[in-house]
Design a protein around this ligand. Structure first.
Ligand code: 0O2
Length: 279
């Protein structure tokens, strides 16, 4: 954005405008060359410019605040998953979470999505209509971990489940598999609390491997993907799904053979795996 400002010591409105625009340019990377505007510009135009600048600055500040709130919501949900992982680890001696990634949707993607869905661009509309401004992806070793982790999350008192799509039980036609939840979580600030929506994607390492490569192939290459490649990708997704099922069976077989251990063996094994003091 380029705004030209008249340096006129006599006009209060002008001084306010100048400082307002300076603030915007310093804080928010606006392109603001402090140059003179033509001397014949009217006070009415300057006032209108000033009002416009105030509106822009207010929107920028509101947007920044909104992103800060989504970021806080992400910190909170990440902690919830980390706690579940710690608890499962102590109870069952293995981690049901392999890794966690969070992201805030880029402003260009938000704008593009709103345009695509014919939603007028406003802070309120972002909050109401875009469910994936804040996104968290949780990667699990095994398929049953996905269900344990999502159930444990949904059952928490402060979590409101807005929608759930089980693309594992019902994969997308292209082979995409993942558990998708849209949840809302209260976030507490200095003087108020706010319900913030988050998109949660939970999938296995294998599902994530496929989805990451498929996403790159789909979006990085400019040319449309042909039918045969779509079929090959689907085949890979199905092979990966079979492998996931086999790996889960192997784990269960090992766990079943461990059932023959005596109580003392189990206790010894648990103690062996706890490599740090409990308290
Ligand atoms: P990004 O960059 O990951 O955010 P929505 O468009 O979100 O309002 P939709 O399509 O019903 O509504 O949502 P869905 O089905 O829950 O999918 C949303 C997200 O899941 C996508 O976000 C992708 O991250 C992922 N996803 C869904 N389908 C596929 C797929 O076929 N392949 C891959 N690799 N990922 C998929 P975005 O916004 O598309 O992208």
């Amino acid at each position: 954005m380029t705004i030209y400002v008249k340096k006129d010591e006599g006009s209060t409105e002008m001084n306010q405008l100048t400082s307002l625009l300076s603030e915007i340019s310093h804080d928010h990377d606006f392109d603001f060359p402090a140059e003179l505007i033509p001397a014949n510009i009217t006070e009415t135009t300057l006032l209108a410019l000033s009002e416009q600048a105030k509106k822009i600055m207010n929107t920028v500040i509101e947007y920044k605040e909104l992103m800060m709130m989504y970021n806080c919501a992400l910190k909170q949900i990440r902690t919830k998953f980390e706690i579940l992982d710690d608890e499962f680890n102590v109870r069952y001696q293995r981690n049901p979470i392999n890794s966690i990634n969070t992201r805030l949707k880029r402003s260009a993607s938000i704008r593009e999505k709103m345009k695509r869905n014919n939603i007028p661009l406003s802070i309120e509309n972002i909050k109401t209509n875009i469910n994936d401004v804040a996104g968290i992806r949780v990667i699990c070793p095994y398929v049953d971990d996905i269900y344990s982790i999502s159930e444990a999350l949904i059952n928490q008192e402060d979590i409101t489940l807005i929608s759930q799509k089980d693309y594992i039980a019902n994969p997308k036609p292209n082979g995409y598999r993942s558990m998708h939840l849209i949840i809302s979580i209260p976030v507490y600030f200095a003087d108020h609390s706010e319900q913030m929506k988050i998109e949660v994607q939970i999938r296995t390492i294998a599902m994530d491997f496929w989805a990451t490569l498929e996403h790159q192939l789909k979006y990085k290459e400019q040319t449309a993907i042909g039918e045969s490649i779509i079929a090959e990708l689907k085949e890979c997704a199905d092979i990966i799904s079979n492998t996931d099922a086999k790996m889960l069976n192997i784990r269960k077989e090992i766990e079943e053979s461990a059932d023959n251990l005596t109580d003392d063996d189990v206790l010894f094994e648990k103690m062996r795996k706890i490599d740090s003091p409990l308290i």
